[in-house]
Design a protein around this ligand. Sequence first.
Ligand SMILES: [Zn+2]
Ligand SMILES: [Zn+2]
Length: 536
Amino acid sequence: MKIKFLGAARAVTGSCFVIETDNARFAVDCGMHQGNAQIEKRNWDTDIYEPERMDFFLITHAHIDHSGLLPRVVKKGFRGPVYLTEPTGDLVKILLLDSAHIQETEAGWKRKRLQRRGNASDVSPLYTKKDAEAVAQLIKQKTYNQSFSPADGITVNFQDAGHILGAAIVEIFIEENGTTSKLVFTGDIGRRHQLMVEDPKTIDQADFLFIESTYGDRNHKGEEESLEELFDAIDYSYSRGEKIIIPAFAVERTQEMLYSLYLLNEQGRLPKDLPVYLDSPLAIKATEIFRLYHSYMDKDTRRIIKSGDDPLNLPQLQFSLSTEQSMQINEMKGSAIVISASGMCNAGRIKHHLRHNLWRPGASIVFVGYQAQGTPGRRIVEGVKKIRIFNDDIAVKAKIWTIGGFSAHAGQTQLLDWLRNFTNKKMPVFLVHGEYSAQETLAALVREKLGFDVTIPDYQEEILLKPKAEVKEIKKPAVEYLSVDWNNVIGALESKISDIKKLKNEIESLPLGRQMEIRDALEEMNMNMDEIKTDI
Ligand SMILES: [Zn+2]
Ligand SMILES: [Zn+2]
């Protein structure tokens, strides 16, 4: 059989692994590529997925970097079933509709921008709500440990990955020429002792393992103290009469934050007069879905629910569904906790809350999730002094908190511990879903401490897997996307500047008003260059 890495290869987003056997062509995950413009271009290149030739998809969990391109492949001709767990199915439906809405809005803005420049060009979105609704028709929900056979000679089983509600490790048994090989895809592996979900299931046998490596180079700092740090952040801004802004992914992290606030409230440490706003329609819907699937939660949570309590609720919790309600939060004086999306601050209502609070000394911005390269969240965490939001330069004066302990990913030691359970020491290990430097660190440790043969596949790389882990031939990727030809980029800029220099006399002969416009445009460019320099 062959496997092709179409995402989360030397990158964290865009998970998609296409497997071709004698009987079927299918993929594990169909994630959206997120980050900078160059990476996001991959979302448009879905022809290389060959959607009409795809028999089915197995989706590990609802996060958009694992499910977000499903509407795109459906738009491009995929019609087969999409297998996932029950909570994942429900969550994917609302997440994809939301994602389609974002795609349509962005295409609309782009269209208007082009029209204003006099280019009547038609901009189509990556996919539409109609495409997302079409995905919902293809969904087939399974429970953990309910083996099923999506094609001849292929058996699939979902195990609890302990990452987010319904997240699965996928075990795939493939029979070819009378021999059965077992492939294991971890999806995202959860951190042990996470709130709400069980610890990741131990697996001890596989012929080929594809394991995530997001935190391959580090452990989460202060895992034990996360709740204390959250309390400190609340206390800091509450005593100063300012707001506590928590950017959080709508699924899981938001519910974990509610759960944490519930725990603080139970301990009598959450001020009674401190309003808590859940300002994300998507997160509100996701929270409702969480309430439907108690059986997927861990023992501690089930015990609380059985006692008649709801760990996802608080007396002072308010939902803001409409844009007006969201805007009212910004006009409201005094302290409040605001949980809003997106978690990496690159879209959604959180951007408004940052614009209103980032510059306020005494306010708190509390990061509780992974911030990918190229996102505003990452830049704030890395300590920029100002940041551009909605074409405004906003000074960063609020206190920035980064609480690592809430991560839904296993840290380095936990990844190694989980790997240690495998008994077949000849099993090839493929590291996926990680930034390359983190993967190199983990690869060295896995080789040294556990003795496995480790490969870090590249984007579009294709590998031939022979039964029982005996042989693999590796083809080089067809395209190298991630290098930048800086000489070319800078050269193009220099030649434009020299063109403008040559036009100086013509510019000076223009009406004064027009000259001012050109001056303003060039000064804006000048400022952008300054910003690039300071950021570096
Ligand atoms: Zn995830
Ligand atoms: Zn992921």
